[in-house]
Design a protein around this ligand. Sequence first.
Ligand SMILES: C[S@@+](CC[C@H](N)C(=O)[O-])C[C@H]1O[C@@H](n2cnc3c(N)ncnc32)[C@H](O)[C@@H]1O
Length: 288
Amino acid sequence: MCITFDPTLTSGCGFHSTRYINSFLSHADCWSVVNLFLRAAEVEAKQTQPSIMLAPQANRVMAVGEWEERWDDGRTGFHQPQVHKMLELNIDKVLAGRPGVRFFFPLCGKAVDMKWLADRGHSVVGVEISEKAIKQFFEENNLAYSEEPVPSIPGAKVYKSSEKNICLYQCDLYKFSSSIEGQFGAIWDRGSLVAINPRDREKYAALLTSLMAQDCRYLLDTLLYNPDLYPGPPFLVPDEQVHSLFGPSCDVELLQSVDAMTERHRSWNIDYLTENVFLVTLKKSSSF
Ligand SMILES: C[S@@+](CC[C@H](N)C(=O)[O-])C[C@H]1O[C@@H](n2cnc3c(N)ncnc32)[C@H](O)[C@@H]1O
């Protein structure tokens, strides 16, 4: 519907392109319509200008200690007891026919996806700050494990499954690098780019691209919602920012975009939640 404001009109509230509206809209109704259109214009401006969208969360910082507290208190509503639907739906695109792929899980939590992939003959390296999450992963999946220090990362430990090819590093992600485990053939990024502090995104993208082998297929899961209504985490990551972060060195393809609203999300008081899944691959000429 197109409504324009005509100050020359004296009746109603001055909308004229659908002049007959004036005949049955009261002044109060008209201002509701005005507010509706102003809101629509605001949403449209935000969607076309990511910097406006990002502003409410730009300075949000969650210290790693706060994440550890969440694990200690059991405030881990992000954990899913079943394999993530987006990984299952897109696994063929990630594997691209390759057997025995080395997967990297940034900010892995205790995602059951790691065991699911290991059961299919792939290997997994994850990084997680919470020791509790790592121990719960092995214990809940009935996997025996060993624990050893990582000499190149002071204070870090690596937990290795004795029977499955799964190694989980307990350390701050930004202390991890390709010098520790080399590069990877695939990355599953769920609850990771959306969980790191928004101001660290460039640093994060540089680290992730440095961990990509030339044939790496990086599946990236992001969320879109109105950041005025919920402070995060998870934080909003606009599509434009995915392109600006990874586009210089990678091809970025949107594979899926779905309505992800559930009862849990309704309690965040948001009015919509879209989940987007991207496939990120190094450009052929990239020197990363
Ligand atoms: C939203 S959760 C997602 C976990 C997992 N990817 C999943 O899908 O269930 C984010 C995880 O990152 C961990 N984390 C946050 N900041 C971190 C950092 N800088 N280094 C390592 N782990 C971190 C938290 O402890 C938490 O388990």
